[in-house]
Design a protein around this ligand. Structure first.
Ligand SMILES: C[C@@](CO)(OP(=O)(O)O)[C@H](O)COP(=O)(O)OP(=O)(O)OC[C@H]1O[C@@H](n2ccc(N)nc2=O)[C@H](O)[C@@H]1O
Ligand SMILES: Nc1ncnc2c1ncn2[C@@H]1O[C@H](COP(=O)(O)OP(=O)(O)O)[C@@H](O)[C@H]1O
Length: 292
């Protein structure tokens, strides 16, 4: 028996940091939404009880360091499953990019294994298990649009924003999430995004207000380390993007536009500058294929 599950990338429409916590994590407030740039996670039942994994991107770990592998091990141990699984990941989301590719693969594995191993768990239960793998996994279990609080694992669902195109560009640099959070000086944050205004813009489907409400306090940290990320931002702005922001800890930058003609203009301007450019739609609501 084999199950195929979609694992979409997320973007941060806002990312605010409120405090550094004693456990080393940061207290955040983030509005996140999924886009239709997605990995595919195939799960094939193994009767011998083994968990194995292979990924189309050879540099992604294929053992317990892989978030999807970790998800399978956690579920098997917790529910004392005798069967095993072979996980195949078809990687389309760039790695270490601020788009939660690994977290989304883990979430897809949780949703898929819930079916393959007949566990009958709710999405809330899967999200709670996902939080043990990483802060972004609970959001990825649900998909759609949500406010994430705590260290990112406390999810409040939001309606779909006004539909739009998303152009994503990832420069060829690796960014470590832990390093970016580690360099942030919370007391020195000059400008916090308004999470409340972002939520209002989503509820009212006000695209222009949504673009004006975008903000990410990790952006300055990554931009200072990597001037190329700033150049991509400027190029998108000059090419007529309605809203431009770095996603998560970066280095991917995304542009939002409503008019299709602008998509081509921005795409062509970027392609001369950086190889990894993607055009996607905002999914807004959870994709039917994603649900357990
Ligand atoms: C920045 C964000 C925004 O969505 O995404 P990415 O850039 O990774 O996509 C997330 O907060 C990343 O979530 P995730 O990648 O799941 O992080 P985790 O594995 O839980 O943590 C990795 C490390 O990041 C730091 N970390 C993470 C989350 C948080 N709220 N505070 C932190 O300080 C910690 O140093 C932690 O050890
Ligand atoms: N399934 C996976 N896909 C991609 N990276 C993974 C996966 N599992 C573990 N990783 C590791 O997680 C790190 C972060 O990758 P990723 O989730 O793509 O980025 P981000 O946290 O920036 O959104 C990578 O360095 C990679 O080695």
């Amino acid at each position: 028996m084999r199950i195929s599950v979609k694992a979409p990338a997320k973007i941060n429409l806002t990312l605010d940091v409120l405090a550094k916590r004693p456990d080393g994590y940061h207290e955040v407030e983030m509005v996140m939404t999924t886009v239709d740039l997605a990995d595919r996670v195939d799960l094939t039942l193994r009767q011998d009880g083994a968990i194995t994994l292979d990924c189309s991107a050879s540099f992604v770990p294929d053992d317990i360091r892989n978030h999807a592998y970790k998800a399978a091990v956690l579920l098997r141990e917790r529910y004392q499953i005798r069967q095993g699984v072979h996980v195949h990941i078809d990687k389309q989301i760039p790695v270490a990019a601020g788009l939660a590719g690994g977290s989304s693969d883990a979430a897809a594995a949780l949703r898929g294994l819930n079916k393959l191993w007949n566990l009958g768990l709710s999405l809330d239960e899967l999200a709670a298990i996902g939080a043990e793998i990483g802060s972004d996994v609970p959001f990825c279990v649900y998909g759609g649009t949500a406010l994430a609080r705590g260290r990112g694992e406390q999810i409040t669902h939001l309606p779909a924003p006004a539909p739009c195109w998303v152009i994503l560009a990832k420069p060829p640099i690796g960014v470590s999430t832990a390093d970016v959070y580690g360099r942030l000086r919370v007391q020195e944050i000059a400008c916090h995004p308004s999470t409340e205004q972002m939520i209002r813009s989503i509820r009212e489907q006000d695209f222009s207000l949504m673009c004006r409400s975008m903000g990410n306090v990790l952006e300055e940290v990554t931009l200072d380390m990597h001037p190329q990320v700033r150049q991509i931002k400027e190029l998108m702005e000059q090419s007529g993007a309605d809203g431009v922001l770095m996603s998560g800890s970066g280095p991917t930058v995304f542009a939002l536009v409503q008019k299709e003609a602008k998509v081509h203009r921005i795409y062509n301007a970027l392609r001369g500058f950086v190889k990894d450019v993607f055009v996607a739609r905002m999914l807004g609501m959870p994709d039917g294929e994603m649900l357990a």
